[in-house]
Design a protein around this ligand. Structure first.
Ligand SMILES: [Zn+2]
Length: 88
């Protein structure tokens, strides 16, 4: 992990995690870590983006299984971003 998963509060209030908002256009980035609404059969809810394109490629953090999903399908299954990849 490259760090940055934990955000230290610096005097202000807690920083809310980015949440899925249906009215917001989602931008996926390489190395985003996503939490989905339903678990993979291996038990993990968390996936890392490894490919962007017409379909989004994600890899299960539990078992390294890779799948390609249409963006619209992934947006529906997404619960939240855990960490964001670097902005391009
Ligand atoms: Zn899995």
């Amino acid at each position: 992990m490259g760090g940055g998963a934990e955000v230290a509060a610096t005097g202000g209030g807690p920083i809310p995690a980015p949440r899925y908002n249906p009215s917001q256009v989602l931008e996926f980035r390489i190395d985003d870590v996503l939490r989905l609404r339903k678990p993979h059969p291996c038990g993990s809810y968390d996936w890392r983006v490894y490919r962007l394109g017409a379909d989004i490629g994600i890899r299960c953090l539990g078992c390294d299984h890779r799948v390609l999903l249409p963006r619209s399908t992934l947006e529906r299954r997404l619960k939240q971003f855990l960490t964001r990849g670097p902005q391009v």
